[in-house]
Design a protein around this ligand. Sequence first.
Ligand SMILES: *Cc1c(COP(=O)(O)O)cnc(C)c1O
Length: 424
Amino acid sequence: MTTMEHDALAQAQALDAADPLATFRDRFAWPRGRDGRRKVYLCGNSLGLQPLAAGERVNEVLRDWATMGVEGHFRAERPWVPYHEAAAPLLAELIGCAEDEVVAMNTLTINLNLLMLSFYRPTDARWKILIEADAFPSDRYAVQSQLDWHGRDVESGIVEWTRGDGGYAVDALPALLDANPEIALILLPGVQYLTGDVLDMPAITTLARERQIPIGLDLAHAIGNVPMRVSDWGVDFAVFCTYKYLNAGPGAVAGAYVARQHHTSDLPRLHGWWGNDASTRFEMRDDFDPAPGVDAWQQSNPPVLGLAPVVVGLELFHEAGIERLRDKSIALTGYLEQRLAARCGDRVRVVTPAAPEQRGCQLSLAVNGSTQSGRSVFEHLDAHDVVCDWREPNVIRVAPAPLYNSFEDCWHFVERLHEALEAS
Ligand SMILES: *Cc1c(COP(=O)(O)O)cnc(C)c1O
C-alpha cells in the first residue's frame, strides 16, 4: 500500500468515526471470512443482513405458540390477529403515504399480479402496458400473463421505455406515451435493479395522470434506499419486497400500497377473509364486508413467523430515520465512486448516473474488456471475502447500505477490486 492508499483509509476511518449511524452496524449478524473477520458485504440490494434482534422476535412467536396454542391469536405478547398492523405505520414512513394505504402481505410478484387485476382494465381502445425495456423478469412475466389473461396479444401489448445513455430521461416519455395512445397501464421501477438509476417518480406520475393512465411502481430496489412520497405524487399503486434493503430475511412477507381514492372505488378485486373488516371477520358472514383501506386487498391470515423479522427490520429503519440514512448513503456511495476513479481509473466504468438524485446506494460497474475478464474479476472478489453480485454480460453490482456499511467497507472493496484487476 502506498501513502495515498493509507491516506484514503485514514479518511474512511475518520468519516466512520464522525458517522452518527455507525453503531447500527453492530446490530446485524455479519458473514465472516476464513480469517474470522467480517466479510465486505455490499449485497444489501439482493439480501440484507440479519438484524440480531430478528431471532429473538421469531422465538417469541414460537414460544407463544408452544405455550398458548391457538390462543396466541389474541393473547400472545404481540397478538397474531393484528400482527401485520405493526408494519403499516413504519412502511408508510418509508414510501410516504398514510397508514391505511400500505399493508404487509404476500410476496412481491403475487402483490403485483393481484394489484394489476385491479388496475389493468383493458378496453379495445386502451389495452397496452408500458414497462421499461430492462424490466426485472418477474415483472415482465407478470405483465405478459395479465395481457394473456385478458385475451390480448402479449407481444404487441407491451410498450417498452428504453434507457438512454445518461439514464431514464423523462423528457423522452411524453413522445412515447403520445405515440402509443393504447396504453392502459404504466408499470415502472422506482430504482432500476440492474443500473441503479432512480427514476423521476414524481415527474413520471404527473405525465401518467395528465393522460389518465393508471400508474404502478415496483419499489423493490427503492424502499429503504431513497425517501419517497408516493401519496403526494399521485401514484395509484405500488408493490415492494422486504428482504433487500429492509433486511427482513429470504422470501420475507412483502408489501403493497393502494392510493386512498381507490379504496372505495368500484375497482375489481380478489377477496379473501383477511380482507374482510376485522370487526366482522369472525362472524363468518356470507357477504364480504371490506376492511377500510388497502387492507381489503389482503387474502389470507399472514405468516406471523415470517412477519416478525419484517417488523424488526422496519423498527431499525424508524430508529435510524430514512432521511438521515439517505444523507449517509449519498456520502457513502460518493466515497466509493471517488475511490473507484482514483484506484481503478478507466478499467471500470460506472454505469449508474453520477448525480446523487438519479441514484441510490448502488453502483453498477462494467469491467472494461471481455465478459471473461469481468467474470474473473468477480471471482477474485468472491474468493477474497467480498460479497457483491454479478449480472450477465459484465455488470458487477455493489450497494453500500447506509444502515450497516461503513466507509472502510468501501475502501476495502476498492482495494480488492484493484488487486483483481491487476490479477486478471
Ligand atoms: C427483487 C425483485 C423481484 C423479486 O420478486 P419476488 O416476488 O420477491 O420473488 C421482482 N421484481 C423486482 C423489480 C425486483 O427487484
